[in-house]
Design a binder for this molecule. Structure first.
Ligand SMILES: NC(=O)c1ccc[n+]([C@@H]2O[C@H](COP(=O)([O-])OP(=O)(O)OC[C@H]3O[C@@H](n4cnc5c(N)ncnc54)[C@H](O)[C@@H]3O)[C@@H](O)[C@H]2O)c1
Length: 324
């Protein structure tokens, strides 16, 4: 079975690749469980190489039709579409956001549409497709009303995935991921970047700025749980999606002040006191439009899971990065 991960050099792309290789098999669109024969990591920046003979890396801009054509060969059985520019960047640079988050998605879908057998297509969407006044928690059938260019581009991608699935051209599913925390490495241009920074930096002995109020609530998930849920979303048979190709991925709803309290409980006050509260209206304007809690019944019914609580997320990060 040939699988393509776009954004394969990214945070989730790299982790997903490891999880798929370790699992060794996935279920194709016809319901057959097949061994992973080739895993292609496509990214505009070169993905880290792997000693695993099943891995192939492909560097190129997905918005270029030639790149999509090189990646999606006729024997491609599954595509995980993770390539994107993140929320803050898509808001700051509208043209770039449209090019990567929309034009490249369309190129990729067009290429998939031309395959002899419809591939499974997992689209990494986001809770940023929602906005406006919504019930708390947000039900599965809430209307899409994005309040950012990133959310709008993801919402259009979801509609395309849904329509091409209806037409039988792909077997698609759009998974609306919660904010993933704790992300290792450096801050990125996502508006939610602080949700990792306020845990990661203090643990590394560095001050971190928190740009939103302690009462701001967020819908969160650990990287470990998100990767497991991406695979559950891929494995779900089309019949279980019952025409609803977009799924709110389960998460936990946590106030930023409670995130800091959990950090204090797990790592001590000296660590938690490294957080500096410095309100940033630009970040708050985006983050405060995202729903803070979902009744993710569809996702749970498919077998997706949430983390137990935020302290468990901090402990999982520490367990993985203790050496560093
Ligand atoms: N991490 C989160 O909190 C979160 C939350 C909701 C949704 N998502 C979505 O999940 C996906 C993966 O997120 P991530 O955190 O791994 O992001 P990331 O920024 O680490 O990875 C995205 C990758 O896409 C690549 N990319 C950008 N433009 C490209 C292009 N034109 N052609 C090919 N590759 C290109 C980047 O180089 C990068 O490696 C994204 O679609 C993101 O929108 C992430």
């Amino acid at each position: 079975m040939r699988i393509v991960i776009t954004g394969g050099a990214g945070f989730l792309g790299q982790r997903l690749a490891q999880a798929i290789l370790a699992r060794g098999q996935l279920t194709d669109a016809r319901g057959a469980v097949r061994a992973v024969r080739e895993l292609v990591l496509l990214d505009v920046v070169p993905a880290a190489g792997s000693a695993d003979p099943r891995v192939r890396t492909l560097a190129g801009d997905l918005a270029d039709p030639m790149v999509a054509a090189a990646a999606i060969t006729p024997d491609t059985a599954s595509v995980f579409h993770l390539a994107a520019v993140v929320s803050g960047q898509a808001e700051a640079d509208f043209a770039l956001g449209m090019r990567v988050n929309l034009d490249a998605t369309r190129q990729l879908l067009d290429r998939c549409r031309a395959l002899p057998a419809p591939p499974k297509f997992v689209f990494a969407s986001s809770l940023a497709v929602f906005g406006g006044t919504l019930p708390d928690p947000v039900p599965d059938d809430a209307p899409l009303l994005p309040q950012s260019s990133y959310g709008t581009q993801k919402a259009i991608g979801e509609l395309l995935v849904s329509d091409l699935s209806r037409r039988g051209a792909i077997d698609g599913r759009s998974l609306r991921l919660p904010t993933v925390t704790v992300r290792p490495g450096k801050p990125n241009k996502a508006a939610s970047s602080f949700a990792s920074g306020i845990i990661r930096e203090p643990l590394a002995g560095v001050e971190a700025i928190c740009p939103v109020a302690p009462t701001t609530r967020m819908w969160l998930q650990s990287p470990q749980a998100v990767i497991a849920n991406l695979i559950v979303g891929h494995e779900a048979p089309a019949a279980a999606l019952a025409g609803r190709r977009s799924v709110n991925v389960p998460g936990i709803s946590v106030a930023v002040g409670d995130m800091v309290a959990a950090l204090r409980a797990v790592a001590g006050s000296a660590v938690a006191d490294r957080i500096v509260w410095q309100f940033d209206p630009a970040v708050d304007r985006i983050v405060s439009t995202w729903p803070a809690a979902f009744a993710a019944r569809h996702g749970h019914a498919l077998g997706m899971r949430a983390d137990d609580d935020f302290a468990a997320i901090v402990r999982a990060y520490l367990a993985e990065h203790a050496a560093a």
